[in-house]
Design a protein around this ligand. Structure first.
Ligand code: NGO
Length: 493
């Protein structure tokens, strides 16, 4: 009897041993190359084994999180999420826990759940994936954003990109916790959004792009599709109608908007600062009111960007009058205004955000008026700047911006007097003068955007350049695996 018992035990042990061979070598959670770097990561004993063949129960998980992960090919996970308003975490913060039994993400709000989901996406991408399944190191991540607004701007006016390309861009930037997509919808070279009460804006003003190639525009239905897609990836769309300068496309579509009543020819060059709306005509404000009304109706986010940059041929008093009126129109339609830093000259309404791009003195003016500043210095954040003089596309009027230059700065040190509380966040604009394709977008965006994403998300005292490079190296490989063409940066050589 004793022998039989011993035999049984041996067989049992052997069987168990066979069932659970040791896991593959796996870095602790805190060593995974996550970007942006989370605030706190702690490791616990053990790991979570995810069998490829098994269907896991994610009925306790937020449907948006599950759909997002599915869109990235992650079909089944033992995932639960919980929004707990009582959690003492700031907005957008989250807690991600991985145990041998499963994964939980908790947060105070939906944004936090989404942020935790993108961290999980990266944890999955950088953990061993073997024939026996995926193995995630156990541990806890507690994370929160430094700034509420982390933006990316796409200029669809100089070169038009259709819905599919915009969606592809949204997919590429979402894993890095970019939560605002600013669409530069009009400029001298093109008007890219259907306005039903002024149809020629799109049909005539949208005909061309830089170099004279055919342009295009979004119908309102297509725009709504982009807005919804962005929302499903944690992103709020900020539409921009650039005024009173940068308006040649509108001026080519409607003669009455011109100072001399004569419609302009389409413009396909890349000069700036030569066009203006007439600040003293009633029809101008009728036009602006109609455009903002229609745009506000299809924009769930709080902001409408009125441009306001480089209005070199608008007389000063006209500029002031115009920018004041337009802020009021935006408010009348239930939104807050955003404008490039020059708008501060006009005086700002409560809630208007000034986007610092080139004039620190105007940003400071905005701060003194009690308005928030969005940080986008051309010398650090402009993704259309070349990396160096050999970059195949891009401009260099502001600077050459390699990854080190995009990483090694602190938004609060930029302007004396502008503190953390004055800063809404940071944004990386990609202007379209030299880009023609998604390959061009990738080349200028990656890997630099990862540096800027970390500037916007991670507390300054947690950021460390050499550790960032360690993580960037792995991220660069992941980007390539996903078919995202990245610039081969010298900082990793
Ligand atoms: C400037 C200008 C844009 C250009 C961009 C190119 C701003 C706010 N206005 O930035 O029209 O496209 O530089 O880098």
């Amino acid at each position: 009897m004793r022998h039989i018992l011993l035999l049984c035990l041996t067989v049992l042990l052997f069987a168990c041993g066979n069932d659970t061979p040791p896991p593959p070598a796996m870095p602790p959670l805190s060593d995974l190359p996550l970007v942006p770097l989370p605030v706190e990561m702690s490791n616990t004993e053990g790991y979570l084994h995810l069998d490829h063949e098994k269907e896991y129960d994610h009925s306790g998980a937020d449907a948006g999180a599950v759909d997002y992960l599915k869109s990235k090919g992650i079909m089944s996970l033992p995932l639960a999420t919980a929004v707990e308003e009582s959690l003492t975490l700031p907005e957008g913060a989250y807690l991600l826990e991985i145990t041998p039994e499963g994964i939980t993400i908790s947060a105070r709000d939906a944004a936090g759940i989404f942020n935790g989901t993108t961290t999980l996406e990266q944890v999955l991408a950088f953990s061993p994936n073997t024939e026996r399944g995926r193995f995630l190191p156990a541990g806890t991540i507690t994370d929160m954003p430094r700034f509420a607004y982390r933006g990316y701007m796409l200029d669809v006016a100089r070169t038009f990109f259709g819905v599919d390309t915009v969606k592809a861009v949204i997919d590429r930037i979402a894993p890095y916790k970019i939560n605002h997509l600013h669409l530069h919808l009009s400029d001298d070279q093109g008007w890219r959004i259907e306005i039903k009460s002024w149809p020629n804006l799109a049909t005539i003003g949208g005909q061309f792009e830089v170099d004279g190639t055919p342009g295009g525009y979004f119908t309102q239905e297509q725009y709504k599709e982009i807005v919804a897609y962005a929302a499903s990836r944690g992103m709020t769309v900020v539409p921009e109608i650039d005024m009173p300068g940068h308006t040649n496309a509108a001026l080519s579509a409607y003669a009455e908007l011109n100072l001399d009543g004569q419609a302009r020819d389409p413009y396909t060059g890349t000069e700036v600062g030569f066009s203006t709306l007439d600040a003293n005509k009633e029809v101008t404000y009728q036009f602006v009111d109609d455009v903002i009304r229609e745009l506000a109706a299809i924009t769930p986010g709080p902001y409408i960007h009125l441009g306001g940059d480089e209005s070199a041929v608008t007389p000063h008093d006209d500029y002031v009058k115009f920018v004041r009126e337009v802020q009021q129109i935006i408010i009348n339609h239930g939104k807050l205004a955003m404008g490039w830093d020059e708008v501060a000259i006009a005086g700002l309404a409560e809630g208007t955000v000034a986007q610092l791009w080139n004039h620190t003195e105007y940003a400071l003016m905005a701060q003194k008026l009690g308005n928030k500043v969005l940080i986008s210095p051309a010398t650090r954040t402009y993704l259309d700047m070349q990396y160096d003089s050999l970059s195949r596309i891009g401009l260099h009027w502001a600077a050459y911006i390699e990854v080190d230059s995009a990483y090694l700065w602190d938004p609060v040190k930029l302007v004396d007097g502008i503190t953390n509380e004055d800063i809404l966040g940071i944004e990386a604009p990609l202007w379209g003068e030299t880009i023609r394709s998604i390959e061009d977008i990738d080349y200028l965006t990656f890997p630099r955007l990862l540096a800027l994403a970390e500037v916007g998300w991670t507390q300054q005292n947690k950021r460390n350049y050499s550790d960032f490079l360690r993580r960037l190296k792995a991220q660069q490989v992941w980007l390539k695996e996903q078919g995202i063409g990245t610039y081969d940066t010298r900082v990793l050589k």
